[in-house]
Design a protein around this ligand. Sequence first.
Ligand code: DX5
Ligand code: ZN
Length: 219
Amino acid sequence: MNKFIAPSLLAADFGNLQRDIEMINKSEADWFHIDVMDGVFVPNISFGMPVIKAIKKHAKKTMDVHLMIVDPDRFIEDFKNVGADILTVHYEACPHLHRTIQAIKAQGMKAGVSLNPHTPIAVLEDIIADLDLVLIMSVNPGFGGQSFIENTYKKVEQLKSLIEFSSSNALIEVDGGVTDENIEKLSNVGVDAFVAGSFVFKSKNPSETISNLKKLASK
Ligand code: DX5
Ligand code: ZN
């Protein structure tokens, strides 16, 4: 099974964004993870369309866009237009999740759903067959650099069983506090894609750190 490393640009140096994008292009990373925060769904604001459009100009890999915003339906077409390949919305922010997922797919993007740490896997039972990806938050969304929540392993195992039981093709992605200490275990319990922000960008050699994470995840 292929394992995907998705460095989160939230931890990049925004004053040197092009440099950091080129580093990811040349590295063994698989996806660009792009965190959009609205200051309402989460207590922080990150960036929006103009910045994503600028990233897309240089990024040569899959754009994995994680929306931490209320009522994401308003912007699905806009995210397609600025270059999203995978668009992930939060379960907690979507009262009509089935409609939202269909709208993402209708724009030709892969559709993902993210769950906050307190949200049980069981809420996905009736939607799992429609999903391309499930993003399990392993920290409370809103900030980089937080510590990994240990309960995540159990949730990944539950999700893996649900995916197998429902013959779904959904990939499992984990986001928050991913390091060289937990990536191998996460991979073993069934995670396909790993978001890593601070661990990559705060390291001495981000490109080497990415290679090392990829190696540990693929063991
Ligand atoms: C948090 C974001 C994450 C964040 C992860 O709300 O969704 O993608 O960038 O950062 P680290 O890897 O530093 O926990
Ligand atoms: Zn994220």
